[in-house]
Design a protein around this ligand. Structure first.
Ligand code: FAD
Length: 315
C-alpha cells in the first residue's frame, strides 16, 4: 500500500483550517484493542461539511482512507496503515426536539443515551455500554440485550463518496440485518442520525442504564483491551461465547492475545498482542469449533488491513 504523500494534499489542507492533521499516529492508540502500527495520516474534520470536502478530495487524489469512530470494532494492522484514517470525533453535535434525538456520527453512543435520559427520553438504554459512536453503531447495526440501534432510528443522513451525494435515508431503505446493512455494504458514510424516542421519567431511564452496565460488568472482560465480541452468532439463539467455551477454547493464547476466560466470545490483549497473534488465535478457535460442531464461525470484528479498497470513493 502506498504511503500517503502529504504534499499531494497540502494545498487543500491549507485551505481547510477545520481539519486536524496528524502524521504517523499509532493505530493502537485509535483502537480499543490497542493493536496496530502507524497510520500515515489521521485527518480529523471538525464537522460534516469538512468531512464531505475531505472525502471528496481524497477520492479524487486516489488516496486510500477509512472513516473511523471509536475504533472499538477494529483490529489495527501490524504493518501500519498507508492511507488516511478519518476519525469522526469532531462531528459531535447533539440536540433534542420533542421526542427526537439528533446526533452527529461521531457522538459516542453513551453520550447520546445520557443526553436522551436527561431529556426524559427512553428507547436506547439497552445499548448503554457499547463503546462505539453513533456512526460506527449504524455501520455495524450494533445491538445488545435483544435490541439494536436501528429500532429507534427515524432517519440517517449519509454521504456516498462514489457519487458525491448526501441523502436522508429511512431505516427501511438502510436494510438493517444482523450486524449488516446497506451502510456497510454500499460504502456510505454516516453524517448524522435521528432517533424517535419515548417520554419517560429520567430516574427510571437512569435505573435501566445502571442495570445494563451491571450486566455488562458481570459478563464482559472490560478490564482488558478488546474489540468486543469477536465472532458473529452462528444463529440468533446460539450465544457464540458459550459455543467457544464449550469447544474448550477459553484461556487459549497466541503471543499477547487470549480467549477471555470470563467471556470466550472476546479475544483480549493481555499485553503486546499483535494483529498476527489475533489472526492465529482466531483461526485456532475457528478450527476447534468447526471440528467439534461443524460450525464455521464468521468474524464480527474488522481487520483494518482487509478493508483495502472500500471507501476509496470507488465503491
Ligand atoms: C468492550 C466492548 C463491548 C462491546 N459490546 C458490543 C455490544 O454489546 N454490541 C455490539 O453490537 N457491539 C459491541 N462492541 C463492538 C463495537 O463497540 C460496535 O461494533 C460499535 O458499533 C463500533 O463503533 P465504533 O465507532 O467504535 O466503530 P469503529 O470500530 O471505529 O469502526 C467500525 C466500522 O464502522 C465504520 N464506521 C465508523 N464510523 C462510520 C461512519 N460515520 N460512517 C460509516 N462507517 C463508519 C468503520 O469504517 C469500520 O468499518 C463492543 C466493543 C467493545 C470493545
Amino acid at each position: 500500500m502506498d504511503r500517503v504523500s502529504f504534499s499531494s494534499l497540502s494545498s487543500f489542507l491549507a485551505d481547510e483550517p477545520g481539519i486536524l492533521i496528524r502524521k504517523n499516529v499509532p493505530v493502537s492508540m485509535l483502537t480499543s484493542i490497542r493493536i496496530g502500527g502507524n497510520a500515515a495520516l489521521t485527518l480529523t474534520p471538525r464537522d460534516g461539511g469538512c468531512l464531505i470536502r475531505l472525502l471528496d478530495r481524497l477520492s479524487h487524489a486516489g488516496i486510500l482512507y477509512r472513516v473511523i469512530g471509536n475504533g472499538t470494532n477494529l483490529i489495527g494492522p501490524d504493518a501500519g496503515y498507508g492511507g488516511a484514517l478519518i476519525p469522526t470525533a469532531g462531528i459531535d453535535r447533539i440536540s433534542v426536539s420533542g421526542s427526537t434525538l439528533v446526533t452527529g456520527a461521531g457522538v459516542p453512543l453513551g453520550r447520546a443515551i445520557r443526553r436522551a435520559m436527561e431529556a426524559g427520553l427512553s428507547g436506547l438504554e439497552a445499548l448503554y455500554g457499547i463503546p462505539g459512536t453513533v456512526g460506527g453503531a449504524l455501520y455495524m447495526t450494533a445491538g445488545a440485550f435483544g435490541h439494536t440501534v436501528s429500532e429507534r432510528l427515524r432517519y440517517a443522513t449519509v454521504y456516498r463518496p462514489a457519487s458525491g451525494e448526501v441523502t436522508v435515508k429511512t431505516p427501511r431503505s438502510l436494510d438493517f440485518g444482523y450486524r449488516t446493512g446497506a451502510i456497510r455494504r454500499e460504502g456510505t458514510v454516516v453524517l448524522s442520525a435521528a432517533f424517535s424516542l419515548t417520554p419517560d421519567a429520567p430516574e427510571r431511564i437512569a435505573r435501566r442504564m445502571s442495570e445494563i452496565i451491571e450486566k455488562r460488568r458481570a459478563t464482559h472482560p472490560i478490564d482488558l483491551p478488546s474489540a468486543g465480541s469477536f465472532f458473529r452468532r452462528p444463529d440468533p439463539d446460539r450465544p457464540v461465547g458459550r459455543l467457544i467455551a464449550d469447544a474448550g477454547c477459553a484461556g487459549m493464547t497466541e503471543g499477547g492475545a487470549a480467549v477471555s476466560t470470563m467471556h470466550a466470545g472476546f479475544i483480549v490483549n493481555t499485553g503486546g498482542a499483535t494483529e498476527s497473534d489475533v489472526r492465529r488465535l482466531a483461526e485456532r478457535v475457528r478450527e476447534r469449533v468447526a471440528g467439534k460442531y461443524g460450525i464455521e464461525l464468521q468474524t464480527e470484528v474488522e481487520y483494518l488491513s482487509d478493508l483495502g479498497a472500500y471507501q476509496t470513493g470507488e465503491a
